[in-house]
Design a protein around this ligand. Sequence first.
Ligand code: UD1
Length: 428
Amino acid sequence: MDKLRIEGQHPLRGVVQASGAKNAALPAMAAALLTAEPVELRNVPQLMDVRTLRRLLGSLGAAVEQDGDTVRIDAREIGNVEASYDLVKTMRASVLVLGPLLARFGQARVSLPGGCAIGARPVDQHIKGLQALGADITVEQGYIVARTATSSGRLRGARIATDMVTVTGTENLMMAATLAEGETWIDNAAREPEVVDLARLLRAMGARISGDGTSQIRVVGVERLHGARHRVIPDRIEVGTFLCAALATRGDVTVTGADPGHQDALLDKLSEAGAQIETAADRIRLRADALAGGRPRAVSVRTTEYPGFATDMQAQFMAVNCIADGTARITETIFENRFMHVQELVRLGARIDIDGHSCIVQGMPRLSGASVMATDLRASAGLVVAGLAAEGTTLIDRIYHLDRGYDAIEVKLRGLGADIARVTGKGD
Ligand code: UD1
């Protein structure tokens, strides 16, 4: 099993290019199922979750080609409407094919995602919303079995209010509603930039959607959608990870191909920690090479839905706090059980106490390298940030978690001067 070996305490310096957003690319690829014409997506990151969804679309009968960061999907011939457990269990976002399959073909069978390292993560809101749109849904042998139950065979518009803000839930319902008869309102919708990006693609395909980016989305159904070309937005979590790594190593890093407009909450917190931030239209520079006192200041955060502080940045920002001056409280409100990186950070010498949904992080002057284990995607990114800041060698095991969501992270970090290498292990 591959590991990452990091020799820490090299300040990161230089320029790094952001990849396209994983969480925008995945729904965009699923949206291609809504039309019989080709959809071309550019700026698609090359990472495991994208490969998993390519395989899933292929298993349904779609023709999928990838050339660098361009993916072309032709879903003219779909011979199968089942997303198997084997594919869904490795990536929960596979559930994004449910809405499009049901809307276009009137039926879908999608495996329930099953257990997940960061809490229960049910899909009840996806199901409830699709039922409101006229689907008949049962769970059989671990599969969500959905059929359109209307006389016309099409879903029908409805007013849907989700019980909590759900990103992929909003995306699934928005996609399903594009081909429904009549008007759909999604109340309590997620406002994430990735939802807005999906709406932009769907509009390019002929959908009638407004209100995306607010908590109330309106979709007026159309009979069919057509092909489109679309450029996926930058990955704000990858960008944020590089910025945290730059701060933790007291570096000077410019991330290009970024959208600073998507990063307000994080940039505020990084500034509060003492970093100097400069932004231009498509880039963000973080300077931390002249921090007062030589260390970042401890900064408390509370994760919330966009535009608040992203739960996907919680572990990386905690890693910065581990070496900060002072004590911070990190509160997680989106997912239960999303502190699995804590015990690994403690192995690096961090001082952290868990108090319910919060962690109290007492900043230490230094961390020291150790062997640690990645437990989920963003937890792994937090360990990378900590390892880059720590003295000596950190060995991160189970980095397949990291490979799910980061496009060549060790190559990009090496370009910034990090001493980081992938160690390919056999059977260990
Ligand atoms: C998406 C992101 C993920 C990010 C998360 C929160 C993708 C592919 N993944 O995940 O990186 O961490 O948003 O920003 O975009 N919930 C329910 N029932 C549902 C749906 C959600 O109870 O039917 C709960 C979840 O358990 C969680 C909360 O709602 O506690 C938010 O989850 P959600 O926004 O749905 O996360 P994802 O869309 O899976």
